[in-house]
Design a protein around this ligand. Structure first.
Ligand SMILES: Cc1cc2nc3c(=O)[nH]c(=O)nc-3n(C[C@H](O)[C@H](O)[C@H](O)COP(=O)(O)O)c2cc1C
Length: 140
């Protein structure tokens, strides 16, 4: 494909680590890679993989407090862009993905409850509490 067309080709599919990305670039000769499912709930992952490719080293997740901060910012931005109930519903999938990615099966029940809340203030409070509890568990 890269040889057949004159536009940049992006490789995609099952890329979740810096090693996957490196391999896909080497095998395909593509101009870049795209990361889909592996970045669900991990919006920091593509930039972290890019850093690892450029400078070496490991892919290190940001601290949980930073993840909470970016999730809350994303939540507010989503509600700004999409009015009313639509925004609340669209934001739910990102909330669910990040809870799954960061807190896993332990938080499944709370995730379900948060994703049923209609009041954005309650959603924010519940996320702060959930991630703080997660922090306590991680420190224990
Ligand atoms: C939630 C989600 C939404 C997607 N939406 C689109 C889309 O709108 N258009 C599209 O061409 N591909 C879409 N895809 C496919 C991805 O772009 C990508 O090709 C596919 O997920 C394989 O890459 P991955 O293994 O990194 O996930 C979507 C994938 C996911 C998981």
């Amino acid at each position: 494909m890269v040889e057949a067309v004159s536009i940049p080709v992006i490789a995609n599919g099952d890329i979740a680590t810096a090693a996957d990305a490196r391999r896909a670039l080497e095998l395909s000769g593509a101009a870049g890679v795209m990361i889909g499912r592996a970045a669900q709930g991990k919006p920091w992952l593509p930039a972290a993989i890019e850093r690892a490719l450029k400078h070496g080293g490991e892919v290190v997740p940001p601290p949980r407090a930073r993840l909470l901060q970016s999730l809350l910012a994303l939540y507010d931005d989503t509600l700004d862009v999409y009015d009313g109930k639509l925004g609340i519903r669209i934001a739910r999938k990102h909330i669910a993905w990040m809870i799954d990615a960061e807190l896993g099966a332990d938080a499944r029940e709370l995730r379900k409850r948060i994703c049923m809340l209609e009041d954005p203030h309650l959603v924010r409070e519940a996320l702060i509490q959930l991630f703080d509890d997660g922090l306590d568990r991680a420190a224990a």
